[in-house]
Structure formats: C-alpha cells, structure tokens
Ligand binder design. Structure first.
Ligand SMILES: [Zn+2]
Length: 338
C-alpha cells in the first residue's frame, strides 16, 4: 500500500485526496479536503469542515469529481499522515478504487501546484518555487493540527494548544517588546479558553521573564508542579540555569525537554540541541558541542545561527585537532543546502 507503483502520465491515472488548513475568525482552524487530479493538479471538488468529514461527505466529493472527469481513477493517493484515513479507506472500498498512501514529502510534488495557488488566494502571499528560510522555519514552528501537541499532553495539537496558539504568540511578542499589560491581556484570554494548563503557566513564566524574575520563577514552579515533564518549562529552566552558570543543572533540564518533546516538534528540538551545544561550549567540551549542534542543524537546516556556530567554533577553529574539525558527508549535505 505504501509504494507508488502506478504511472501518472495522464489525467485520471490517480486522484489525490489532500487536506489544507485555513484559519477563519468565526470557526478557528478549518479543514479543506480537496480531490485533485494527480497529473494536472486540477481540483475536482472540496469539502470544508471544522471537524473531519464523514464518509457520506467524502463520497459526495468523489461523485462530483466523477461527474466532471467521466472516469474513475486507477488509484486514490493520500498522505500516510492524513487524519481521516479510516473514513477515506471505507469510501475507497465502497467505490472499489485502490488507495495508496505516501509519506507527506512524497506527495508534495503532486499537490504543490494546487497548494501554492490556494495559499496565494487565501493570504494574498506570493508563492515561491523553494520555501525561504522564514517559511521553512514557520512550517517547523507551527505544528500540523493532527500532530502531537508540543506541550507533550499526549493530545493532538488541534484538541490541545491550537485554540490558544494566536493568543500565546501575541503574548510572547508583546512581552518581548516590553508591553506587559498587553502580554497579560493575551495570556488571560488564553487562560479563559483552556484554563491554567502547564503550557499556559509556562507562557506566563516566559512573559514575566522580561519583567520580574521572581514571578517568572513562581510560574515555572507551578508549571512543573502541574507537569514535571512539561518540555518548554524544562527548556526555560535550562536557560536560567545556564545563565547562572549551573551547567549540570542546565543539561538536566535540557535533556528532560528533549525526552518529552514529541519527535514532530523539529523547531523546539532544534532549539534545545542548540542550547545544549552552547552549554558544552561553555564547558569547553567541543566534541559534545559539535554533536549537539549537528543534531540541531539536521532538525532545522535553515537555522543560520547553528550553522555559524558550527563553522566558526568547530569546523574552522584552528585550535581544534583535525579529527574534531572534520565534517561528515552526512552533515555536509545539510550545510550545503544553502
Ligand atoms: Zn498542548
């Protein structure tokens, strides 16, 4: 089921069932499921819903497509990570069409022509052939709705911290800009929506870190009381410990963050490895610093800071022995991507 062994050389060889996500002020995040021709990326039809569509709704889109294409495809292709696979398989079984599942990155080339037009229509943003560093970072930073939440609650992002994503992001920006009242207003809005969850308590701590160290410590403590494994709180405790030169303690916090961030959280994991590298650098253990920074680079190749750290302090550092300065072929691929 996983390997694409059908040839896509003309319309209707295969159709793609694909999900886009849009943010609307009335409904919050909304799924748009579309049916595309794999050869032309022509969109046959769509179903939009806040929840996942039902089998009846999926069948209706297929029937609409059939009325336009006048043929059934040889296969339907969907992402292995599609949250709606069960319903989609049932619909395909009913229509007697084979369903092929591909990793999301293999599906990209088929859906990109549609997606870029779609995003342009929604946001007015210009689409580019290759994503810029900012876009790559943004993509890694905002989790997919159906990925495990970055707060490690075990719930999917959509059913956990996504409803307060905007409030938290605005609160962080306001706090960074020195606007305490505004930051607190956004935090209270977030808290009103989901309660004083470990993530909310941790974000209060981050806001206060710009204004009042004691309040920051108090909120960090409360977040860890609520969940000792909360990855972001462990991360910020690591930052504090490192600033106070308590390096072992910092590494302990950072390792706990690493253990608890879901594997999908590339942006956050990159941040932790980056900081671990810096602690080892402070400790003058450059072998461990190199290993940590290289992990950070692999997680987020667009990260300019980690790239510069590696080049300046490791690969081109004349004080290091040759074997430590060596760049493995695997890492070289990531360095040469830019
Ligand atoms: Zn969460």
């Amino acid at each position: 089921m996983s390997k694409l062994n059908l040839k896509i050389s003309k319309p209707n060889d295969a159709w793609i069932f694909h999900r886009e996500e849009v943010y609307t002020t009335e409904d919050g995040y909304c799924n748009i499921f579309v049916l595309l021709d794999a050869h032309s990326a022509f969109c046959f039809g769509q179903v939009a819903s806040v929840e996942l569509p039902t089998q009846v709704e999926i069948l209706a889109v297929f029937n609409e497509a059939y009325s336009k294409a006048l043929f059934w495809p040889k296969a339907v292709i969907a992402s292995k990570k599609d949250p709606n696979l069960e319903t989609l398989s049932a619909a395909c079984r009913e229509l007697k069409i084979a369903l092929t599942l591909l990793p999301p990155q293999d599906l990209k080339k088929y859906v990109e022509p549609f997606s870029s037009g779609f995003r342009e229509a929604i946001t007015g943003a210009q689409s580019r052939q290759t994503p810029s560093e900012e876009e790559e970072e943004l993509e890694a930073f905002i989790p997919d709705s159906y990925s495990p939440c970055t707060c490690a609650s075990g719930k999917k992002f959509r059913f956990c911290c996504q409803p307060i994503f905007r409030e938290l992001a605005f609160a962080m920006c306001a706090a960074e800009d020195g606007k305490l009242d505004e930051a607190m207003r956004y935090m209270k809005e977030a808290e009103a929506k989901v309660g004083a969850t470990p993530e909310v308590l941790c974000r209060y701590a981050i806001c206060w870190s710009f204004f009042d160290k004691e309040k920051c410590a108090e909120y960090s403590r409360r977040a860890l009381d609520a969940n000792p494994n909360h990855p972001r709180t462990n991360f910020i405790c690591g930052v504090d410990a490192r600033l106070a030169k308590r390096y072992d303690e910092a590494l302990g916090y950072y390792n706990k963050a690493l253990e608890n961030y879901p594997a999908e959280c590339r942006y956050q994991l990159n941040e932790v490895y980056n900081n671990i590298g810096t602690v080892y650098y402070d400790l003058n253990d450059l072998k461990s610093a190199k290993a940590a920074w290289e992990k950070a680079l692999v997680l987020l190749p667009s990260d300019r800071m980690v790239r510069e750290n590696l080049i300046e302090f490791i690969y081109e550092n004349p004080d290091l022995p040759a074997e430590l300065r060596e760049i493995s072929p695997f890492i070289r691929k990531f360095l040469e991507r830019r």
